[in-house]
Write a protein that binds this ligand. Structure first.
Ligand SMILES: [Zn+2]
Length: 479
């Protein structure tokens, strides 16, 4: 069965040949032996002609059946009408419930062009709104590379945050809930804690009544709520309008996170703190974290905003989950990171030898794990801190190239590792003895990852690390 679009194209080609021979519907109908009304239905793509009728039409108009069956629109007008036909039958348009335009002979080409222009724009917006995971990864990578070029530093937002803090009377130390409330009041907002926020929203701002709704504190004293309130205010302060595409959405999210971080760890106070620690050769994420009352992750990420800009120290930040997948990343020190074909790093599995993963094996996890790692891009010193949430374990790593380790606490660590990743022999393949013993005798079932940047480690089974499976089998087979 030909599609309705193929029938429309055929109808347009028949009409083109009929009109160019000067026949009316009834005249051609009389020659080929059907009523004009039948021919009209065929020309409008409403009815499929028999082969014998096609042959008669071809003969009468001096053409070939193969020419009538060509998939090309016969002229510009037909091309416009066919495109409009297709656009008006698309699900995107039909969902709007707007009645389709019926093309008449007297309707000008320009009118059809204008309607088509609107359809094309509708389609474009629809495509952008629902970014595919690949587009999302690309947008994310582009943003990370743009931020890398500017040392992950946004001077305007730094200054704005300091101004707002001064206006609210904040002087030094950790930013209190009280100060955050005052900052909100000065913008005309009241902070309200609601236990029934929609699942998909972290906070909701009522612009009409000047209210910012936040979830009730699950961890009293955690900085999460202050951060969320500051982020909600940032949309207003930074003049954000609803994002037009995914890249815009990511940019806004980065800016509100940045603003919250600047308020919780203001530039002037942070640089003074870090400057003293560097002078004492005692830089440590944990001290910076404790001085400002924030999480290890927030403190580590904040160091990427300030260390290159103010101290000319290049560094990397990694948040890695228990499976070794990268959740969050920044680097400008050339640490060799795993990357997919689009250049995306999120969701990729980091080398098993990296501090970000070896830290999970530490007995004492109350302090940072320090390690030097030789890589194909040189030697790096890293400090990792592990933690856990309802979703499982994670580690936060901040590291620098060998030469800059001298400013950090933990530089004397005797721990060393060698990584040759991305060479698969480094850590991606199970040891030969385990492979010999378990290959063809194991059948793991992969856990399905639901997050957008889902990692799929390569191995004998998709989604499963066969090295871990063989080691598991080995441990249990002995017992
Ligand atoms: Zn490796």
């Amino acid at each position: 069965m030909p599609s309705s679009f193929e029938l429309s194209t055929l109808g347009h080609r028949i009409r083109h040949h009929r009109v160019s021979h000067g026949y009316t519907l009834d005249e051609l109908g009389a020659i080929v032996g059907v009523a004009g009304s039948q021919l009209s239905l065929i020309e409008n793509g409403k009815r499929e002609p028999k082969l014998s009728l096609l042959q008669a039409i071809a003969r009468a108009t001096g053409t070939e059946v193969s020419d009538l069956l060509s998939t090309e629109p016969p002229n510009r007008r037909a091309a416009l009408e066919l495109e409009l036909d297709r656009a008006q039958s698309s699900p995107v348009f039909r969902r709007l419930g707007i009645p389709p335009v019926r093309v008449t002979k007297t309707m000008s080409d320009d009118t059809i062009e204008t309607i088509l222009g609107l359809h094309r724009e509708l389609q474009r917006r629809e495509r952008e709104a629902i970014a595919t995971p690949e587009e999302a990864r690309r947008a994310n990578t582009e943003l990370r590379l743009r931020m890398r070029e500017r040392n992950n530093y946004l001077g305007d937002i730094e200054k704005l945050a300091e101004k707002q803090l001064r206006a609210a009377g904040h002087v030094s130390g950790a930013l209190t809930h009280r100060s955050v409330s005052i900052m909100a009041e000065q913008l005309g907002f009241e902070l309200i804690y609601a236990s029934d926020l929609p699942h998909s929203a972290r906070s909701v701002t009522d612009m009409a009544n000047g209210r910012i709704y936040l979830p009730p504190a699950s961890i009293p004293g955690g900085h999460g709520l202050r951060s969320m309130a500051l982020q909600a205010m940032a949309h207003r302060l930074l003049g954000h309008t609803p994002p037009t595409d995914y890249a815009d959405f990511l940019q806004q999210r980065l800016e509100i996170n940045y603003y919250a971080a600047c308020c919780l760890m203001p530039e002037t106070a942070s640089v003074a703190f870090l400057s003293q620690a560097k002078k004492d050769r005692d830089l440590a994420v944990e001290d910076f974290r404790d001085a400002f009352g924030v999480t290890h992750e927030a403190a580590g990420m904040r160091m990427t905003n300030l260390l290159t800009e103010h101290f000319d120290i290049k560094l990397h930040f990694l948040r890695v989950d228990g499976a070794g997948a990268i959740n969050r990343v920044y680097e400008n020190d050339e640490l060799p990171l795993p990357m997919d074909v689009t250049g995306a790093v999120e969701g990729q599995i980091v080398c098993r030898k990296f501090a970000a993963r070896s830290a999970f094996g530490e007995q004492n996890r109350t302090t940072e794990h320090y390690q030097y790692t030789d890589t194909p891009a040189g030697t790096f010193w890293c400090s990792s801190q592990t933690g856990s949430t309802a979703e499982g374990e994670y580690s936060i790593t901040v590291g620098v190239p060998f030469d800059d380790a001298r400013w950090f606490r933990g530089r004397e660590t005797p721990k060393r590792a060698v990584s040759t990743c991305p060479d698969e022999a480094c850590c991606r393949r199970p040891p030969a003895d385990l492979t010999a013993r378990w290959e063809d005798k194991a059948w793991p079932s992969a856990r399905v990852h639901m997050q957008m940047f889902s990692p799929l480690p390569r191995g004998a089974f998709p989604g499963v690390d066969d090295g871990e499976v063989y080691a598991f089998l080995d441990r249990h087979a002995e017992g």
